[in-house]
Ligand binder design. Structure first.
Ligand code: WTA
Length: 658
């Protein structure tokens, strides 16, 4: 293989970096030789009510216990707000830019603190106490961040649900987490259109009132007592007496101070649902101190962040990236975070580039899908902006192809900026493998080296650890503070999912290659998770949604490469009846969109008479993937195939399509 080009650390970035190469070496050594000492030092940068004596008390064996700083007491909202008031009370904490250009709002630390306290008081007034779950179903508005911090202030566990989830997806999650209260808005705005939110919550609550949906399986009855409704568009929404309350009314008159709840380091902070290889989304639990520390530490290290700079992460707060790098990381670092309600190319392409100039953004963090899509825009939109405020460009969510990396580096960053390709997951809480701008040379397409204290290992199919240059399954052999502690209500599933494949190690579900310089190249998921536009989708979830359609006998979903989205969903569907009406494929895709949310609707649905299975009845996805990508010259081992004729028939059908 040809050696990958290297982009060396820029001397000016190295000279002023928070972490330069020498310091990076020192930190990495310290974190290995004296992990407790290293993390105690990092923990010293948190504001504690009672500082911890203990650091790591985790074990990947047996029942698996993840525990950090467990005797410490603190409050996350105090660390993100109160702590900065004396010195930086008048600094911009949150800049919100609405979809309409003239619709924006800037909150200083003092103002954000007051807003958070008002809502926190309102929530307490509604009976929300430490440990209660509060669901947040909001678009990208300032109140999303305010709601998260208000929950953290009173010790409520926030469960942010992506505003693209459907009613049944929400119903499932509300039942699973036992939320007591939901914070939503009348409607969202997207590319000039309105998106119903309150109506979707109403539908979800109706479904979860003893109904049955969500791929045919019963939904646990919900426990929601109140719904707070933010008026964004003023659209007409039904309000159920006593249950539904107006957000503005609830916070009006509330004091701008609120006593923070003292939280144990291991008390729950948040749940985030994510997809795995079964149909049921799992609620990953992050706890108070470790998550905060990881968000703070990684945000500063990976973006070489200096307080006062404007930091812009384009991720939705409904995903982990929005949690750690729109809200918690930047605010814990006394930073200024930009939150944008709109999309990159509405009302016309180049919107993001113009916003970078408008707010003098120093670090910009987005997904390869967006980069690839903007590469195709008329270059005039990019050329019309200067982007000279930028220092660091980040990428996350999927492997970035060298072509997109190079465009990002040359065209967007004008060859002045570091490109940081950051690998991590909902489960890791924050970034795990990434080049630090002032310390690590970059190679396009590689996430490069682990952060101090992160110990990746590559293992083969048999669980043998591979040394040196190698390709295998990516595991992490030691706990780190930001690690998810469990799956809500199902610790056995947590152990089973992450710690049984390679006992004693956390298994990420990703494959990776390590080159001669020790650099990691993530090759993508090795399980049944498909990464569409940086959104994690379990093939089993989509299959369950298809199976739920009354005309579907059976379905199998695979990921196929896609120029812009990285991967796209390809569904093979067997119908119950023999003949389908023309256009039935689109109806099935729409059905999945309704069940799960539009982001999970398959790009391609192929109606087929049968699916290739092993003699024991297991669907052979490996073969379906080859058929879907027309890569059928070499099918690999087909000896376990129950009926080879099925495969030949599918290949013929694919040929007929082109
Ligand atoms: C993928 C998003 C390659 C990976 C933060 C992982 C990446 C999954 C990268 C987690 C990257 C994330 N290069 N692949 N830089 N970053 N991934 O939980 O497959 O939504 O397992 O977290 O995204 O997705 P999640």
């Amino acid at each position: 293989m040809e050696a990958a080009p290297i982009y060396h650390v820029k001397p000016d970035l190295a000279a002023s970096a928070v972490i330069n190469a020498a310091r990076h070496r020192l930190m990495s050594n310290h974190a290995i030789t004296d992990a407790d000492g290293f993390w105690q030092e990092e923990a010293g940068r948190i504001d504690w009510i009672r500082p911890p004596q203990l650091a790591d008390n985790s074990s990947f064996d047996g029942d698996v216990r993840i525990s950090w700083f467990s005797d410490g007491i603190l409050n996350v909202s105090v660390n993100c707000l109160d702590r900065h008031l004396d010195l930086h009370g008048d600094r911009d904490a949150l800049i919100w830019q609405g979809e309409a250009e003239d619709d924006s709002r800037i909150l200083t630390y003092r103002q954000l603190h007051a807003e958070v306290c008002r809502l926190a008081n309102a929530l307490r007034g509604l009976g929300i106490r430490k440990g209660d779950r509060v669901a947040i179903y909001l678009p990208m508005v300032a109140e999303g961040a305010i709601a998260m911090l208000a929950c953290a202030r009173i010790g409520a566990v926030h469960v942010v649900m992506f505003a693209g989830f459907s009613a049944s997806g929400i119903a499932d999650r509300l039942g699973d987490c036992g939320a007591k209260l939901v914070i939503t808005a009348d409607e969202g705005r997207r590319a000039g259109k309105r998106v119903p939110l309150k109506a979707t919550i109403d539908e979800a609550l109706a479904l979860a009132s003893g109904g049955s949906a969500g791929a045919g399986k019963p939904i646990a009855p919900h426990t929601v007592e109140h719904v707070l409704v933010l008026r964004l568009t003023g659209g007409n929404v039904a309000m159920q007496r006593k249950r539904d309350l107006d957000y503005a009314e609830a916070v009006r008159g509330q004091p701008a101070r609120c006593e923070p709840e003292p939280m144990g380091a291991e008390d729950p902070l948040l749940l985030l649902y994510t997809s795995g290889s079964t149909g049921k989304p799992k609620g990953l639990l992050h706890t108070t101190a470790g998550y905060l520390l990881w968000a703070r530490f990684t945000h500063e290290a990976v973006f070489d962040y200096r307080p006062g700079e404007v930091f812009w992460c384009t991720a939705d707060i409904g995903w982990v990236t929005g949690h750690s790098y729109v809200v918690y990381g930047p605010l814990a670092n006394a930073g200024t975070t930009l939150m944008f309600e709109g999309t990159p190319s509405w009302p016309e392409p180049g919107r993001w580039w113009r916003l970078i100039d408008k707010y003098k953004v120093a670090s910009f963090y987005t997904a390869p899908t967006a980069i690839r899509s903007m590469m195709r825009d008329d270059p005039g939109f990019l050329a019309a902006t200067s982007r000279k405020s930028l220092r660091v460009l980040g990428s996350v969510g999927e492997p970035i192809n060298p072509e997109a990396w190079l465009w990002y580096y040359h065209e967007v960053g004008g060859e002045r900026c570091a490109v940081v390709d950051t690998w991590w997951q909902t489960e890791t809480g924050g970034i795990m493998i990434a080049p630090l701008p002032g310390a690590i040379a970059q190679k396009p397409g590689s996430a490069t080296l682990p952060l101090p204290g992160v110990v990746p290992v590559l293992v083969d199919e048999k669980g043998q650890v591979l040394e040196g240059e190698a390709e295998g399954h990516l595991c992490i052999s030691r706990s780190w503070p930001g690690q998810a502690r469990t799956i809500w209500g199902d610790h056995a599933r947590y152990v089973q999912t992450y710690f049984t494949t390679y006992p004693g190690s956390y298994f990420t579900g990703d494959g990776a290659r390590r080159d001669g310089d020790g650099y990691y190249w993530i090759t993508g998921r090795v399980d049944d998770v498909i990464n569409v536009s940086g959104h994690r989708i379990g093939s089993a979830e989509v299959e369950a949604a298809l199976d739920h359609h009354d005309q579907v006998a059976e379905a199998a979903v695979v990921g196929v490469p896609h120029d812009i989205k990285g991967q796209a969903l390809f569904a093979f569907v067997v119908l119950k009846g023999k003949e389908a009406a023309p256009g039935y494929e689109a109806e099935l895709a729409r059905h999945v969109g309704q069940m799960l949310g539009r982001y999970a609707a398959p790009d391609t649905v192929l109606l087929v008479p049968d699916l290739p299975k092993t003699r024991s009845g297991k669907i052979m996805r490996r073969i379906l993937r080859k058929i879907a990508t027309r890569d059928t010259a070499e099918l690999g081992d087909t000896t376990t195939l129950a009926d080879p004729a099925v495969v030949q028939d599918l290949i013929r059908r694919m040929e007929e399509r082109s």
